[in-house]
Each structure stands twice: as C-alpha cells, then as structure tokens.
Design a protein around this ligand. Structure first.
Ligand code: PLP
Length: 398
C-alpha cells in the first residue's frame, strides 16, 4: 500500500488492501448495487445528518462519557480512559449503527427490516429502532444463542420483533447470518438487511464503520478536554466482526503515533480447537459476502468457533481488520474465556462497572501491553454486562 492511501476508506469496489469486495449471489445483486450507489449520497444529505445526530443525542444518549478509570489506571501503571458505549440506549454500541441504517432504509423506500444476531445485542438494537420508526422487524438468531441469551430474546419480542431460530450448523451467529441472507434473496425489493458489524459485502463494512465512527470522533475532543491532546497513545477494543473496534479506531487510523490494539477471543486457548481468534487461526477466504480472514479447514470448510461471549463467537473478521492485521497497522492480541471473566470481575470491583463479557476480553489484554505513566490508553467499553449475568453467576457459584 502506498503512503497516501488511507486505512479508513476502502477502494470504490470495497477493498481494504486484498480484503473486502462483494461476493454475492446474482439474486442479491440489485439490492447490494442499490445500496452501493446510494449510501454515501444519503449519508451526506443535510437532512439525514440532522435526523441522525438528533437521534444519537436524544434517543441513544450521546455523547457517551470518556471516563478516566482511576483505580484501573493505578493497577496497570498508566492513564486509562473508558469510552462508555455501555451507557448507550440498549446497552452497547450496536445502536449507533442501527439508528443510521433504519434512517437509510426508509430513504430507500424499504418497508421490512431483517437482521441477524449473536449475543442478541444487535437484534435488540434493530428491534428498538424498528419500533421507533414503526417498521416490521424479523431477527434471525442461532438456536443455541436463543438459549444462552434469553433476556435479549424476550426484549426483542417485547419490542415487537419476530425472532426466527437458525437450526443449522453450530446454531450460532454464522448460521443466523446465512438465514438472513436467504430471506433477503427471497424479498429483494421491500426489505433492507441491517448487518450488525463491519462484515458482509461492500458497502456494509464501510457503511457500518462510518456509523460507528462517532465513537472515535467524540473520543478526540473528549480526550483533548481531559488531557490537552486529542491523540491517545493506544486504542484498545475487542473484535467479533469488528464494529466497536472500527468505530473506536476510525479517526485514529491515519495517525501513525496511535497504537491500534484489537483483541480477539481465544476461547479455551488458541490451539485448543475451541477458539475464535481469527487472525491467529484463519486463512484468506470468502465469508458472508466479503474476502477476509476466515477460520477454515484445509479444504475450506468454515470452522465452528468458540467463545464464552456470544458477540465474539464468529469465525471471521471484517475486511478492514484483516487489512489492519496484514499491513501491521493494528496489533492483534487475544484473551481466553477465563482471562476475560477474570478481567470483568476485576473491572466490576475496581470501578463499579459490570462490563459485557466481550469487553472483558479487551480489559484482559491490558496485561499484555507494556504501559507507562506517559501513556494515554483509550479502551472501548463496548457494552454492559447485564445480559451476561447468568454466566457471571455460574462463576460465583463455582
Ligand atoms: C456485539 C458485541 C461485540 C462484538 O461485535 P463487534 O462488531 O466486533 O463490535 C462486542 N461487544 C459487545 C458489548 C457487543 O454487543
């Protein structure tokens, strides 16, 4: 890659380096093409921006605080700032994207929304904005995830969404995604598919990253207010598909002094056969419409991933992240189930914040960085831990 190119924006065909693009069946071509030709024009409309910013402020609750975590800072011998996406309406960063996509879908004349969900957080965020705008909502969810995320399933139903179980494969996120794609193929003209992370065919990765980029946009001025400088030394975020990370990194990607730290889920351990650490285990391949790194067998069958957190239990990563990994711009670390749990309990005790298990992985990686008192570390606290209480309770009972 030459130096004038940006890590932020993909090529017109949706490529970040070698990764990205739109690998879709012929029958999805019209939907994806329509989105590709219209998304930037719509997102740049003054009226769209006015409505989007207003909802982010009054409905989502932005700007979210940038909180200086005093006791954790002392423990890790640094200055640690938490970007509090856990305080967003519905409890995670996901709603930044769903608010944006519902406004976009309505401008495209769509009347029906479909979505896939793993932890249920994206499903809840989608059901929420569909209720807000009075639009029909169908959410596909793996049967296994429906069991382990029962409170979120109840929320979606209460919000008026129809939750359809995906019963194939591992019965988790990737299977739900397959079902959603099937639905979109069968309902090409009236339906918009709200993808919940920076994955899928172009333009989804770029569109979702742009909607989530509000995270780093706010971080810049908030850090300036608190420290006198806009730039952190490190930005740390967990990566499932990579949307909270993309949002937290976005406005820092072209600032070479800022270290970009992505944390994947190692499950029982990288080499245990029960992991979701895509950059460590994955090879180049096509998954859900884009070329990226994918966990797969020798003959290209997608491997069943494992993570204790449903939101990180995905065998791929978005193409932006695959490129950040390959180019060396991003440093990719991982944390096991056990390390993430331990970190979540520590954050709860030291700061009075119960984080989502996904975010526990980001906290667990702080141990792996050599931090000093000169550093300003921003960690994206992607969500709150209410949804993970059953898992936390099991640990306390053990
Ligand atoms: C969904 C989710 C994630 C993982 O998704 P990304 O697209 O990688 O951000 C992380 N944290 C929380 C709280 C989530 O709900």
């Amino acid at each position: 890659m030459n130096e004038t190119q940006s890590y932020i924006s993909p090529s017109p065909q949706g490529y970040y380096g070698r990764f990205g693009g739109a690998y879709i069946p012929e029958m999805l071509h019209r939907n994806v093409e329509e989105l590709k030709t219209r998304y930037l024009e719509i997102m740049h409309e003054a009226e769209f921006q006015r409505e989007y910013q207003q909802l982010l402020q009054d409905y989502v609750g932005r700007p979210t605080p940038l909180y200086f975590a005093g006791l954790l800072s002392r423990k890790y011998n640094t200055n640690l700032f938490l970007k509090r996406e856990d305080l967003c309406h519905t409890g995670a960063h996901k709603i930044n994207n769903t608010v944006g996509q519902i406004l976009l879908a309505l401008r495209l004349g769509k009347k029906r929304i479909i979505a896939e969900t793993g932890a249920g957080q994206h499903g809840v965020a989608t059901a929420t904005v569909c209720a807000l705008k009075g639009v029909e909502c169908i959410v596909y969810m793996g049967e296994k995830d429906i069991e382990r995320q029962a409170p979120n399933v109840a929320r979606m139903k209460m919000l008026g969404a129809k939750v359809i179980p995906a019963v194939s494969g591992s019965k988790t996120l990737k299977d739900a995604t397959n079902e959603a794609i099937r639905d979109w193929i069968n309902n090409p003209s009236d339906t918009h598919y709200i993808i919940g992370s920076v994955v899928g065919p172009h333009p989804y990765p770029d569109m979702v990253a742009r909607f989530q980029s509000i995270i780093s946009k706010e971080t810049r001025w908030q850090l300036k207010e608190k420290t006198g400088t806009e730039l952190p030394t490190h930005v740390v975020a967990c990566v499932g598909g990579g949307s909270n990370a993309a949002g937290a990194f976005y406005h820092f990607l072209d600032e070479p002094s800022v270290k970009i730290i992505a944390v994947e889920a190692a499950g029982y351990g990288i080499d245990s056969g029960m992991s979701a650490a895509t950059t460590r285990l994955g090879k180049e391949g096509v998954l859900h419409g884009s070329r990226s790194l994918v966990m797969q067998t020798e003959d290209g069958q997608v491997t069943e991933p494992h993570s204790i957190s449903a939101g990180l239990d995905y065998p791929g990563i978005g193409p932006m992240h695959a490129h950040l990994f390959e180019s060396g711009r991003g440093q990719f670390l991982s944390a096991t189930d056990e390390e993430a749990l331990k970190a979540s309990f520590e954050v709860a005790k030291l700061e009075g914040i119960i984080p989502a298990l996904e975010t526990g992985h980001a906290f667990a990686a702080l141990d792996q960085l050599s931090l000093t008192m000169e550093d300003r570390v921003v960690l994206c606290l992607s969500g709150r831990g209410d949804k993970d209480l059953a898992t936390y309770m099991k640990v306390m009972d053990a």
